[in-house]
Design a binder for this molecule. Sequence first.
Ligand SMILES: C[S@@+](CC[C@H](N)C(=O)[O-])C[C@H]1O[C@@H](n2cnc3c(N)ncnc32)[C@H](O)[C@@H]1O
Length: 230
Amino acid sequence: MATTFTDIDSVGKRYRFSTKLPIIGDEEGVLLTSYQAASEHTAARILEKLGKVNVFEICSGVGGTTVFLAKRMAHVYALDINPVRIEAAKINARTFDVLTKITYIQGDALDDKIIDQLRAKDIDAVVSDVEWREDLSRSLSETTPDIDKTIPNTSALYRKMTTALTRNLIMHMAANTDKQQLRQLGSCEIEEMTYQGRVKFINVYFGALINAVGVTRFDMDNSVDQTQLS
Ligand SMILES: C[S@@+](CC[C@H](N)C(=O)[O-])C[C@H]1O[C@@H](n2cnc3c(N)ncnc32)[C@H](O)[C@@H]1O
């Protein structure tokens, strides 16, 4: 039986998307989906630094980021542990007419078998958006600063990706994340993503995706490129 989904308008997050196309999913999945401006900005950074490459997206959720990556990248391998979110992500990809550019993988981001299979796929960049809470029963706003307490563990994810696939990583992290811990992973750019003057979250860049080592800032308010949307 097909799952009943809600949409971005019903959960009060329409302002995150300038596209009028519907984004659907389970309620928490839709609440967790990233800002369109941030997703497009991520795709633009990869395009600028590496060209139109294959991307592995970890914790892809209902696919709010996946659709914008797929518009600009050669191919997206999108992984999430939650099968209901993958079902929703496929519907969203069809809506945005990018379904053929995405391969969905249901499983754990730290599963060696899955990562081994991806070694043959010529992945040049990894985008991750782990759970920022250490306890999934807590409210969405209770984000942990400790990168070893995110779900999955961000340090473990970093080590696995850089060993098995690529050093070119973009991690979408909570605004209160411990920056010192991030720097201990490796040389990085920590980009504060602002909306209406407030830092909403950070993007952490590693490898060839770095523009400038240190803390930078990106204002999401007026950044949506309408020409890329259908
Ligand atoms: C912040 S949400 C991702 C939102 C997504 N980037 C978007 O824009 O729609 C985090 C996702 O991580 C997934 N997740 C949690 N633990 C995981 C694991 N061990 N492996 C893979 N995915 C996991 C959850 O199911 C959830 O969809």
